[in-house]
Design a protein around this ligand. Sequence first.
Ligand SMILES: [Zn+2]
Length: 322
Amino acid sequence: MQTSTDFSCILCGENSLPSIVQHSVKGDRHGVLQVVRCRNCGHFQLNPPMYSIDYYNEDEQVNFVVHDYGTPIEKIVEHSWIDAKRRLKRFQQRGIALEQISSAEPLRILDIGGGYGFFGSEVKRQYPNFDVKVLEPSSKRAEMGQKYLSEAGESHPVPDFVTELLNEDFVAKYQGTYDIVTMWHVLEHVPNPIPFLGLACQLVKPNTGLVCVEVPNGDDELMSLSPAFRDRNYMIEHISYFNRHSLETVARQADSQAKINLYGYQRYGIFNYFHWIHFNKPQGANPDLLEGEDRWWLEATWRAAREQALTSDALFMIMEKS
Ligand SMILES: [Zn+2]
């Protein structure tokens, strides 16, 4: 039986009994996890906030999508490349010209929790002179990524992988040396988001450095439109469920001096959205990520509305060091 002393909010430290949001969590084989909301700051998180490196070494998140959603691994890989290309485009969309930052010396980018290195590889492909590092705590993932990319040929350059954790030791070595630090869908996985983002902020150059963070959006409007989507949205590997308020809180506390810009970003396409609403189940073998441009007239309006209202499926934040 749980008591109030069992809870501690990972953002504000509140110990009073939180409200229960969901009693079960996807992937929680032992049935010990709940999704709760802090009564003090309103943060949504898993309780207890478990993190297991074994889970990542066994690649269970990918395995789950393959087995439970029925999405083949080839499709996941294909989508990962689309994601990588679009992530690189985000900078341009938000007025950041990468070529211009790097005029004096090669731009230094660190992708924290970079997994198989797809984003790092795409950056190297488009900007071969950039210094790109992928920091990945799971050695198995880093090895798989290196193997995959080197076998994929010259069109997929292999970035440098560093198999370390982001901690004080890492920061001591690389403090203030990066132009851009990225964290694509990483912050929701860590049990200590404020100090973790704080470390990332110390890695970038003073005055000019950028820390770019993307997370799933806890205010994704699909949560209220499809009960099945809502059920599956709460999963063992996501400790935090951020919305604009909690993400901003984390950023302010991680670096009180940084300028924070927060945007909505819609990853999945309108067919995926309709499928969840109409059939109340995942799209399965080929979830719509909108590969082409054929129905862009329809997608563009829908995406813009959701991104503006911050009810899109992701939130993208740029922190500018001052
Ligand atoms: Zn709290």
